[in-house]
Ligand binder design. Structure first.
Ligand SMILES: Cc1cc2nc3c(=O)[nH]c(=O)nc-3n(C[C@H](O)[C@H](O)[C@H](O)COP(=O)(O)OP(=O)(O)OC[C@H]3O[C@@H](n4cnc5c(N)ncnc54)[C@H](O)[C@@H]3O)c2cc1C
Length: 413
C-alpha cells in the first residue's frame, strides 16, 4: 500500500505532535516552519488534563517534568510587594493557577521535535503561499512554497498558531480571531536575590498587571499585561511598543521600574490576546490544528493541552478513515472540549484586570478568601478560580500499526 503523506505547517507544539502521531501510524510527514530555526522564545505554558495524558502516551511526561520551570505556586502581591494571597501549585493533572506540569514553550517544542527528527522531514525558513486541492480533490493538495519547489501531499494540516496566514487561504474572508482587548508583553530578565520560585502577580488599576515567574535556566520571565480597546498595537515596531509599555506602567509600583528598565536589552515578545473561533476546521484535504483552529488564549491556561489533544485525535482519525470522515470525526470529538476551554469565566479578561482601584480591592478580597484555610477546606471557590476544564473529554484509544515499535509509539495506547 502507498505511504500516505502529510504536510504540516508550523513547528511549535501542535505541528510536531501531529507529526509524532502520524509517524507512529506509518505516514510520511513533512513539517514546514516559517522561521529559519526552531523558535526558543515563549514563557511558561501548562500541560493539563487530557493534554497531560497525551504527553504520557507520547512517552514525554518525564521529560516535561525534568524540564519543569520549578514554579511552586502563585502569589498575588500589592503595589509594594506585600503578599495578598498565595496558592500552591496544582497537585492533580488539571488544577492550579500554576499547573503541576509547567514548562517553557520552547523547551516543550524541542522535546517533541526531538522525538520526531528521525522520521519527519523538517523544512525551516519557508512557508506555503498557495494551495490547490484540485477539482475533485482525488489527487491530493498541490502546495506552492515561498522558496522551495511545488509539491503534492495527500493532506495538509495548518498548525501556524492564532495569527495563521495559511488559514486565510483555506477560509478566505473568514474572520477567525476573536480579540479579547488585552495585550501581553513577555520579557526575559536577569534573576536577582529578591526573586522567588513563585509566580508573583500584581494587579494595578486601569486594567494593568505585572507578573514575574521563575524558569529553569536561571532567569526570570516578566509579563506586562494591559487592557486596551485600540486594535493593532501588536503590529507596531519594537520602539513604539517599548514607549507604550513605559508610559502605561510608569506608576504601577512593585518591580515595574526594574522591568521597564530592562526593556532596552531584554528579549521582548508582544502580542494581542485572542481566541480562534471557526465553524469548521477543515476544507477539502486541508485541516487546522492547535491555536490556528481553536486557540483558547493564555488566559484559559488550556491552549497547549488543546493542541496536544487535538493533534492526537486528528492523527488517530486520519490513520483510521479517509480524510473526509476523519476530519468530521475530529471535529465531532474535539469541539465540545474546545467549547468548554474557550468559555472563559464571565467578565474575563476584565475581571482579572480591574479598571478601578476599588475593583482591585474587591479582587484582592476574593483572592484572600480563596486562599484562606476555610476555603481550602471547602475547596469550591479555589477550584472555580483556577481549575480549567482540562479533563472534559474522553480520550479515544487508537490502534497503532503493528510495525511500530513500542518505544516509538510511546508505550501506552
Ligand atoms: C514564539 C512563541 C511564543 C509563545 N509564548 C507563549 C507564552 O509565553 N505563553 C503562552 O501561553 N503561549 C505562548 N505561545 C503560544 C503557545 O505555544 C500555544 O498557545 C500552544 O502551545 C499551541 O501551540 P500551536 O503549536 O498550536 O501554535 P503556536 O505555538 O502559536 O505555533 C505556531 C508555529 O507556526 C509557525 N508559523 C506561523 N505562521 C507560519 C507560516 N505561515 N508558515 C509556517 N510556519 C508558521 C510559528 O512560527 C510557530 O512556530 C507562544 C507561541 C510562540 C510561537
Amino acid at each position: 500500500m502507498r505511504t500516505p503523506t502529510v504536510l504540516i505547517s508550523g513547528a511549535s507544539i501542535a505541528g510536531p505532535a501531529l507529526a509524532y502521531w502520524l509517524n507512529t501510524r506509518g505516514w510520511r510527514t513533512t513539517v514546514v516552519e516559517r522561521f529559519d530555526e526552531l523558535r526558543d522564545d515563549g514563557q511558561n505554558i501548562d500541560v493539563r488534563g487530557a493534554g497531560r495524558e497525551v504527553a504520557r502516551r507520547m512517552g514525554i511526561e518525564d521529560a516535561i517534568r525534568a524540564a519543569s520551570t520549578g514554579e511552586t505556586g502563585t502569589e498575588f502581591v500589592d503595589a509594594d510587594g506585600t503578599p495578598v494571597a498565595r496558592f500552591a501549585a496544582g497537585r492533580s493533572d488539571s488544577g492550579g493557577a500554576t499547573a503541576e506540569l509547567e514548562i517553557l514553550r520552547g523547551q516543550l517544542s524541542r522535546i517533541i521535535v526531538d522525538r520526531t527528527r528521525d522520521d519527519t522531514e523538517y523544512v525551516f525558513g519557508d512557508q506555503i503561499v498557495a494551495l490547490d486541492d484540485g477539482d475533485d480533490g482525488d489527487d491530493g493538495v498541490t502546495v506552492t512554497f515561498a522558496h522551495g519547489p511545488t509539491r503534492t501531499f495527500d493532506v495538509v494540516v495548518v498548525a501556524e498558531g492564532l495569527r495563521s496566514r495559511t488559514r486565510s487561504l483555506v477560509f478566505p474572508g473568514v474572520d477567525a480571531v476573536r480579540e479579547l482587548g488585552l495585550y501581553c508583553a513577555y520579557l526575559t530578565i536577569p534573576r536577582t536575590a529578591d526573586d522567588t520560585d513563585l509566580w508573583r502577580w500584581h494587579s494595578a488599576a486601569r486594567g494593568r498587571s505585572l507578573s514575574l515567574r521563575p524558569d529553569n535556566v536561571g532567569t526570570i520571565r516578566a509579563t506586562l499585561t494591559f487592557l486596551s480597546d485600540v486594535r493593532g498595537l501588536d503590529e507596531l515596531d519594537h520602539d513604539a511598543v517599548v514607549t507604550i509599555l513605559r508610559r502605561t506602567f510608569a506608576d504601577v509600583g512593585w518591580v515595574a521600574p526594574r522591568v521597564l528598565s530592562a526593556l532596552d536589552d531584554a528579549p521582548l515578545y508582544f502580542d494581542a490576546v485572542g481566541q480562534a473561533r471557526l465553524p469548521s476546521w477543515s476544507s477539502g484535504r486541508v485541516a487546522l490544528v492547535g491555536d490556528a483552529a481553536y486557540c483558547s488564549s493564555p488566559v484559559s491556561g488550556m491552549s497547549t493541552s488543546l493542541a496536544l489533544t487535538g493533534a492526537y485525535i486528528l492523527a488517530g482519525e486520519l490513520a483510521a478513515h479517509p480524510h473526509t470522515a476523519a476530519f468530521a470525526r475530529y471535529d465531532a470529538v474535539v469541539r465540545p472540549y474546545v467549547d468548554q476551554a474557550q468559555k472563559l469565566p464571565p467578565g474575563t479578561p476584565r475581571i482579572a484586570n480591574p479598571r478601578s482601584r476599588a475593583g482591585v480591592g474587591v479582587m484582592n478580597t476574593v483572592l484572600r478568601i480563596a486562599a484562606s484555610p476555610a476555603a481550602e477546606r471547602l475547596g469550591g471557590l479555589r477550584s472555580k478560580l483556577f481549575t480549567p476544564p482540562a479533563d472534559a473529554i474522553d480520550l479515544p484509544t487508537y490502534p497503532t500499526r503493528p510495525s511500530v515499535s513500542p518505544a516509538r509509539a510511546g508505550g501506552q495506547q
